[in-house]
Design a protein around this ligand. Structure first.
Ligand code: SF4
Length: 142
């Protein structure tokens, strides 16, 4: 990709994104929200629990990795369905913070188009410059 070739990526002019607060990225189909220890510690602090107890209650092991649990309908365990918001928003994991600027959504213009169809904030609103997109994309590989 651009990192190796020195060429600018297809989205060099930036991409539009402004969260509409729809909650769609926290709900729906079963999936994973990967977390590491420092993210667990930060969320535990927000909830007011010891990290070990928090992990026991809200985190599941997937092989050697850890993911937040979810409800049977696929909603993240921290998604408040009534308020339609995240209960640990200020300590939400990197995976949530960096949406939608993930490798998997940026590989090609078609991948971004698919993301825009799934997420009403993608492709709309504020123009996010390339530097900011790249900074987010590199935080978390997914
Ligand atoms: S941690 Fe918060 S932002 Fe991330 S998926 Fe769960 S509810 Fe959504």
């Amino acid at each position: 990709m651009a990192e190796n070739s020195g060429e600018k990526p297809w989205y060099k002019q930036g991409l539009r994104f402004e969260c509409t607060g729809c909650g769609d990225c926290c709900t729906g189909e079963a999936g994973y929200v990967w977390v590491n220890q420092s993210e667990i510690d930060a969320m535990a602090e927000v909830i007011g629990m010891e990290p070990a107890a928090f992990e026991n209650e809200y985190v599941r092991k997937i092989g050697i990795r850890r993911s937040l649990k979810e409800y049977p309908n696929g909603d993240c365990v921290f998604f408040d369905a009534e308020q339609r918001n995240c209960q640990v928003y200020h300590a939400r994991p990197r995976q949530c913070r960096t949406w939608p600027f993930w490798d998997s959504n940026l590989k090609t213009a078609e991948d971004w188009e698919r993301t825009c169809q799934e997420c009403p904030g993608s492709g709309q609103g504020r123009l996010v410059p390339l530097e900011q997109i790249e900074a987010q994309r590199k935080v978390f590989k997914i």
